[in-house]
Write a protein that binds this ligand. Structure first.
Ligand code: CP
Length: 336
């Protein structure tokens, strides 16, 4: 039998972070390390049997206090591809439903032998509380409005993969929709402006509150425009990411109605004509087709929405590897 070739991963100085709580903690060189490590993991995924022994003996537990399909499943697939053991807990069917506190739940998970804790929570900051008591590594899988670091990293990877030259400098990227309640927008704001994109945030004024002040406060080398003018935002855009209206986080009165929102801000094929002919369409999911995005746009040749989901596995493999591998390795095949 012919042995599979070793997968060469970058050899970063050491990964200095114990946890992944926010992309704002990552420098440009570290974003680059994540991207290159993801390339290596994508090579593993292209094999007939996409599995390496790198994290054998590492125990990962995920606990989701909010619903999830993509993030939960892709962390599970990522951990299994690296030969880690993984246990998934749905908070709704755990002792959380009997009133157990987050602190007691985290202590219990640690006592049961977890080395890595992947946590999603409706409250911003919950992963920080978990990290303050958990002895291993904590990965934020989305906390309230605050951050969704692995989503921003997979979005960055997808954009680099699909935009010519893999370079975001000067690329006009639009995030459209419910910016106010979006942890995805906040995390993407950090990574996309850090990597040189010309980022535009667009939506109804009520869903942009606070972002104009943020744009003014950003360092001069970061380019961020905040606008309610969809046509101006889409003009010559290289990529457009639409966002779901997060009604579970939305106070009454922020929007007249879904119909009104769709009439003014839905990404339709006609509106997308203002963008560059080859402009990419992204959506972090889950989508409400017919509200923030027209069904034909979601499934058009410009859409990279399915690629975002697929890249989520490689990105999460890279992050588990960097956090729990203990040291940089010459090869993703190297034992942990
Ligand atoms: N993008 C995202 O977080 O999707 P899920 O809620 O399905 O995990």
């Amino acid at each position: 039998m012919i042995a599979e070739p070793a997968v060469t991963t970058p050899t970063p100085p050491a990964w200095r972070h114990r946890h992944l709580l926010d992309v704002a903690d990552l420098g440009l060189d570290e974003l680059e390390t994540v991207m290159r490590t993801t390339d290596a993991m994508a090579t593993v995924l292209a094999r007939p049997i996409p599995k390496v022994p790198t994290l054998r003996g590492v125990s990962v537990t995920s606990i989701f206090y909010e619903a999830s399909t993509r993030t939960r499943v892709s962390f599970e697939v990522a951990a299994k591809n690296l030969s880690a053991d993984i246990v998934n807990i749905a908070a709704s069917s755990s002792s959380v439903a009997k009133g157990e506190s987050l602190v007691d739940t985290v202590r219990t998970i640690e006592a049961l032998g977890a080395d890595v804790l992947v946590i999603r929570h409706a409250r911003s900051g919950a992963p920080y509380l978990a990290a303050s008591i958990f002895g291993g590594h904590v990965v934020n899988a989305g906390d309230g409005w605050h951050a969704h670091p692995t989503q921003a990293l997979l979005d960055l990877y997808t954009l680099r993969e699909r935009l010519p030259g893999a370079d975001l400098h000067g690329r006009k990227i639009v995030i459209l929709g419910d910016i106010l309640h979006s942890r995805v927008a906040r995390s993407n704001l950090w990574t996309l402006t850090a990597t040189g994109a010309d980022l535009w945030l667009c939506g109804p004024a009520t869903l942009l509150r606070g972002f104009e002040a943020l744009a003014r406060a950003l360092p001069g080398d970061r380019r961020l425009t905040v606008t309610t003018d969809l046509r101006a935002a889409l003009r010559d855009a290289d990529a457009v990411m639409t966002l779901r209206l997060q009604q579970e986080r939305m106070a009454a009165g922020l929007l007249p109605s879904l119909r009104e929102y769709a009439a003014r801000y839905q990404l339709t094929a006609e509106r997308l004509r203002a963008a560059r002919p080859e402009a990419l369409v992204l959506h972090p999911g889950p989508m409400n087709e017919g509200v923030e995005i027209a069904p034909d746009v979601a499934t058009s040749g410009r859409s990279v929405i399915t690629e975002q989901v697929a890249n989520g596995v490689a990105v999460r493999m890279a992050l588990l590897y960097l956090l729990a591998g203990g040291r940089p390795a010459e090869s993703a095949d190297a034992p942990a």
